[in-house]
Write a protein that binds this ligand. Structure first.
Ligand code: ZN
Length: 58
């Protein structure tokens, strides 16, 4: 398990190493969040956020 920097798919906050407060496994991918609230929001609309996170290639 590596903990490379990632981006919170809900609020767009950049999460450096160790900054993620919560994560979720959705369709085989790990998503990291800055807070429990953002994870809860992801769980409300997982398709929307997962798609957004994967299409972002910048
Ligand atoms: Zn967030």
């Amino acid at each position: 398990m590596n903990s490379k920097p990632t981006t919170d798919p809900v609020c767009g906050m950049k999460l450096g190493e160790g900054a993620a407060k919560d994560f979720l496994l959705y369709e085989g991918r790990e998503y990291y969040f800055c807070s429990v609230g953002c994870r809860a929001e992801f769980e409300r609309h997982p398709e929307d956020y997962a798609e957004r996170a994967q299409s972002k290639t910048e």
